[in-house]
Design a protein around this ligand. Structure first.
Ligand SMILES: Cc1cc2nc3c(=O)[nH]c(=O)nc-3n(C[C@H](O)[C@H](O)[C@H](O)COP(=O)(O)OP(=O)(O)OC[C@H]3O[C@@H](n4cnc5c(N)ncnc54)[C@H](O)[C@@H]3O)c2cc1C
Length: 385
């Protein structure tokens, strides 16, 4: 499909592809095995000026473009889903500051993130608060000009590696969801440490860690927006970053199709390449069609956001939901086409299948996306009456 990308968009996509091929392809299986954090790749993205694709120029970025960010995320994820999410999670962590930060907060934190000198992370989830984010127990109690933060965040991508954290904590538990607030936390703040690094099924080179707060004292200038706005900050952030998960999923799926096509042409059984078997051809055709549909939905959503549409909760959820379901299906089919070899670690498709799974889970499970889509549909249809 020709998406009629501008010259700049093609340049960004091709640059991300080139850097991923040069710096990630040769390392992805090793990083998957060892779980080593891909600093080498992140430094290369920084050197190629790819870290500020969603950041305004006045804060050191390349100008706000969800589509440019999605194009780069897709190409990186096509080579490695773990590196893709490491790249994308910095956008997730910095979006609360971009959306709700004061000019001073943005000037302090965003330029280094745009330059790729620092990574960001987003801390919402806790042991007892996953889909039900309103159940968070981390508290931020005001004392004079400071807040004292206590609690533990779980499964935070880029945890321990990032320098800047957007964290949601309860400033007034009695108000329920309206008692949550968002804070900017810096790595190294006394009372802020990291728990164990998780050993995961997929995206194994990405760091997933606990954030532990024990009487962590932060100045009130670290509050984002106003007290009580924590969930608004979190939900608006997720609306904006979910197309990025869609792009990650499209990239993983495309990477799996690339491998399946290559293998199908090379593998000979019954005296001919398996690509000549209609059973294989139909699988390849379905994989390609599904990927293109997912890509079209992700790009259309990104373009709509870039064009200034204000309410895009529905479309962002649809893009994330559809693309991640496609990634799961396509990667399973890729393993099937490679069959026994697909099951072996020498070939990348088993890793792609493991990497794809998380796109159905994080930034809201696909059940939660379906809830959200249905709610938006019902709300929109009742307001049209
Ligand atoms: C590798 C990884 C990285 C992550 N990175 C981050 C991060 O950077 N920052 C962060 O804050 N969080 C992060 N998370 C957390 C992630 O967003 C949560 O795992 C996710 O929101 C789901 O929460 P849960 O796992 O506790 O599942 P649960 O909420 O316990 O859900 C269990 C099951 O019940 C279903 N379910 C729950 N409620 C409903 C409902 N109302 N309707 C229908 N079905 C429902 C779910 O879909 C799921 O199938 C990460 C998680 C992982 C695994």
């Amino acid at each position: 499909m020709d998406y009629l990308l501008t010259e700049e968009q093609v340049m960004i996509r091709d640059l991300a592809r080139k850097v991923a091929l040069e710096k990630v392809l040769g390392k992805r299986l090793e990083w998957d095995e060892t779980g080593e954090f891909p600093w080498e790749a992140m430094k290369a993205f920084s050197a190629a000026d790819l870290c500020g694709l969603y950041i305004p120029e006045e804060y050191g970025g390349m100008g706000v473009s969800v589509l440019n960010f999605c194009l780069a995320t897709e190409e990186i994820s096509r080579i490695c889903g773990g590196v893709g999410v490491t790249f994308a999670a910095s956008a997730l962590g910095s979006t609360p500051i971009l959306l709700f930060g004061t000019d001073e907060q943005k000037k302090k934190y965003i330029p280094d993130i745009a330059a790729g000198k620092k990574l960001a992370a987003f801390g919402l989830t806790e042991a007892n608060a996953g889909s039900d984010a309103a159940g968070i127990e981390t508290t931020a109690i005001k004392q004079g000009d400071h807040y004292i933060i206590n609690g533990t965040k779980q499964w935070i991508t880029n945890g321990g590696e990032a320098e800047v954290y957007s964290v949601i904590a309860m400033t007034d538990k009695s108000k329920g969801p309206r008692g949550a607030s968002a804070f900017i936390l810096e790595k190294g703040t006394p009372g802020f440490t990291f728990g164990k690094k998780e050993n995961k099924m997929g995206i194994r080179c990405s760091a997933t860690r606990e954030l532990v707060f024990q009487d962590c004292k932060v100045h009130k200038s670290q509050l984002l927006a106003k007290e009580g706005f924590g969930f608004i900050v979190a939900m608006r952030t997720l609306d904006l970053t979910r197309p990025g998960i869609g792009a990650q999923a499209v990239g993983i799926a495309q990477g799996a199709l690339d491998e399946a096509l290559k293998y199908a042409r090379e593998r000979v059984q019954f005296g001919k390449p398996i690509s000549s078997l209609q059973a294989i051809q139909h699988m390849l055709a379905d994989m390609s069609t599904q990927i293109e549909a997912a890509r079209a939905l992700v790009y259309a959503t990104a373009r709509m956001i870039d064009a200034g549409k204000k309410d895009f909760t529905l479309e962002a959820s649809e893009a994330k939901l559809f693309a991640s379901d496609v990634a799961m299906k396509v990667t399973v089919d890729a393993v099937q086409i490679l069959a026994g070899y697909g099951y072996m670690k020498e070939y990348p498709v088993e890793k792609m299948m493991r990497d794809a799974k998380i796109t159905q889970i994080y930034e809201g499970t696909n059940q939660i996306q379906r809830n959200q889509i249905a709610l938006s549909l019902i709300k929109n249809s009742s307001s049209k009456k």
